[in-house]
Design a protein. Structure first.
Length: 220
């Protein structure tokens, strides 16, 4: 069993002009592919871990041998986060959430506009490379905005990720250069609320951190 790079669920240029085709190609085919390759390399000496999902690895790092732990943390995180990220966007995305997710956002942030403003502010203020998330907390079920450095994921804190945006420079620099706020603002036009609602529904009904992430683990 080996981790494999999932295909993009749309063409490279499908999110233009908000995310350019060249960035998507490099981001998916080079950056994400490298995390998958390095994760498989890190697991080569540990056949009992090769069958484990990226989510399992991140939530059981204490069971990963110390010699491989940092590589597994970084690359399983890079693999899982990017697998979520591609599906967090859609060519006909944008708009606003509906139904139960919309109600939960209103409950915990007041309005959708306030949520967006806080999400963008968190992404803008994150120092260095990382991710910004909307997550359902483990204990209370409340929705919160989180940022994680590197390729850490809210599942490592027991929280369930609902929405994610990538604020590593390679996600936006070819088009937006150092203008991260510009990228964050435009990203809402491709946000996939159908996928976010699917994730929220899973979190509400099961609370299980394991979720079907496309391409997370496949037969080699």
């Amino acid at each position: 069993m080996k981790h494999q790079l999932p295909p993009l669920p749309y063409d490279y240029g499908a999110l233009e002009p908000h995310v350019d085709a060249r960035t998507m190609q490099l981001h998916h085919d080079k950056h994400h592919a490298t995390y998958v390759e390095k994760l498989n390399t890190a697991l080569e000496k540990y056949p009992d871990l090769q069958q484990r999902s990226a989510t399992w690895l991140l939530t059981h790092l204490d069971e990963v041998p110390q010699a491989a732990r940092t590589a597994v943390r970084n690359n399983a995180g890079g693999h899982l986060n990017h697998s979520m990220y591609w599906r967090a966007m859609a060519p006909k995305g944008g708009g606003a959430p509906r139904g139960a997710l919309s109600d939960a956002i209103a409950r915990d942030f007041g309005t959708f506009a306030k949520f967006k403003a806080q999400f963008d502010e968190a992404g803008e203020k994150l120092f260095g490379s990382g991710w910004v998330w909307l997550a359902r907390t483990k204990d209370s079920g409340k929705l919160v905005i989180l940022t994680t450095p590197g390729h850490d994921n809210p599942v490592m804190q027991g929280h369930f990720p609902i929405v994610v945006n990538d604020v590593w420079e390679h996600a936006y620099y070819l088009k937006h250069q150092n203008r991260r706020p510009e990228f964050l603002e435009g990203w809402w036009l491709v946000a996939n609320w159908q996928e976010a609602a699917r994730r929220f529904d899973h979190a509400e009904k099961s609370g299980d951190l394991e979720f079907e992430e496309e391409g997370a683990l496949q037969d080699a």
